[in-house]
Design a protein around this ligand. Structure first.
Ligand SMILES: [Zn+2]
Ligand SMILES: [Zn+2]
Length: 145
């Protein structure tokens, strides 16, 4: 009873009932099906099934796994993959908002913390967008030393 009460409180904004991404079962109360990254909401039975991590080969519960680019990953490897993606950051600037010279200067001086500016270039298929590409400083230094 207590559990039901709590979950009612947490989900007072009823967003509709989730459907299991694996078997299609619909949850009885909103918020009972956990979310698996890259898979979607799954019922508890499917959440408890084991999947093999494509990186380290460990058997993990579907619940604690994530799916990234078609691969099943355990939590540890998922965190590592996410880190890798964050090695590069691209920021856009609009020449309609400010002149190109300011964009170049700002791209250089306003680099995100811990990142080094690699390049500033015209955005693809655009006459007024610029893209600044940054790389994690430690990676940048590793490559350059
Ligand atoms: Zn299911
Ligand atoms: Zn793993």
């Amino acid at each position: 009873m207590t559990l039901r009460f709590l979950s009612n409180l947490q989900h007072s904004s009823s967003k509709g009932l989730a459907k299991c991404a694996i078997c299609g079962k619909v949850e009885e109360q909103t918020g009972t099906f956990p979310l698996v990254i890259g898979v979607g909401r799954v019922c508890l039975a499917d959440g408890m099934t084991k999947v093999k991590c494509d990186v380290c080969g460990d058997d993990v519960k579907l619940l604690t796994s994530s799916r990234l680019q078609g691969r099943a990953l355990c939590l540890k490897d998922y965190m590592k993959e996410v880190e890798k993606f964050r090695q590069h950051i691209v920021q856009s600037f609009d020449e309609d908002d400010e002149p190109a010279t300011t964009i170049l200067e700002r791209a250089y001086t306003k680099a995100p913390e811990g990142y080094t500016l690699l390049a500033v270039r015209r955005g693809r298929n655009s006459t007024h967008m610029w893209e600044a590409e940054y790389e994690k400083t430690e990676i940048f230094q590793m490559r350059c030393s």
